[in-house]
Design a protein around this ligand. Structure first.
Ligand code: SAM
Length: 218
């Protein structure tokens, strides 16, 4: 999409994302393409390409561009996958995933955010995205298994049901830790045994709470 923000997007990718080591060309291309300014509040449009998260409705946030790129790269998508996202928020990461995978299933607990995200995703013709309102800590069993699952809110522990809904060889990327600080983990399911996992630590981060039955209490 060519618009007056295109130069800012290219600069964002060069100065915030590539320099920090994200090298998956499909991720970089998606980040250069998707108009992040459509996903932020009107009053914050001029900050849409800054190197930080921004507030969205209902005390939630649109994640820092670098974190979106890092999580997307960690999912190792080729374009053929079914992906589950927990925490649609503004829908920005959902739009990036829609570029990188075949189908995206996204769950958001706050209905107003899900409605707002759907509106923007429709403008972008992202018809390979399904959004559901509910508690994403249960996953989306009817559509499982997923080759990739991303959780965009901080969890106190790894939700077991999400591992069960991960395909063998599938990747789960999520922040796990306390309410104030988490480690961004990448878990790869190695076999039919849901406990047979490879775990990698991608670094420290701070997300809003994952609230739900298998997350934090409200
Ligand atoms: N990736 C999003 C973006 O680009 O805008 C940012 C998401 S924001 C950091 C985290 C989102 O997770 C919030 O919108 C919050 O309402 C949602 N959330 C928290 N707990 C949830 C749950 N159990 N199920 C679904 N969504 C949840």
């Amino acid at each position: 999409m060519t618009d007056r923000f295109q130069k800012q997007r290219i600069r964002m990718v060069d100065t915030q994302i590539r320099v920090r080591g994200v090298s998956d060309q499909r991720v970089l291309t998606a980040m250069e393409k998707i108009p992040r300014h459509l996903f932020v509040d009107e009053g914050l449009i001029d900050q849409a390409y800054n190197d930080n998260p921004l507030p969205i409705e209902r005390q939630q946030t649109i994640s820092q561009p670098y974190i979106v790129a890092l999580m997307s790269e960690a999912l190792a998508l080729t374009g053929r996958e079914k992906v589950l996202e927990i925490g649609t928020g503004s829908g920005y990461q959902t739009a990036i995933l829609a570029e990188l995978a075949e189908r995206v299933f996204s769950i958001e607990r706050i209905a107003a955010l899900a409605t707002g995200a759907r509106r923007v995703l429709d403008v972008l013709n992202d018809y390979n995205v399904a959004i559901r309102v509910g508690d994403g800590t249960y996953g989306w069993r009817e559509e499982s298994p997923f080759e990739a699952i991303v959780v965009t809110a901080g969890a106190p522990r790894i939700p077991k049901l999400l591992i069960e809904q991960l395909a063998v060889g599938g990747r789960l990327v999520l922040p796990v830790g306390s309410r104030n600080s988490q480690a961004l983990l990448k878990l790869t399911r190695l076999s039919e045994d849901p406990e047979d996992l490879k775990q990698e630590d991608l670094g420290g981060c701070r997300f809003v709470d994952l609230i739900g039955e298998h997350g934090w209490a409200n």
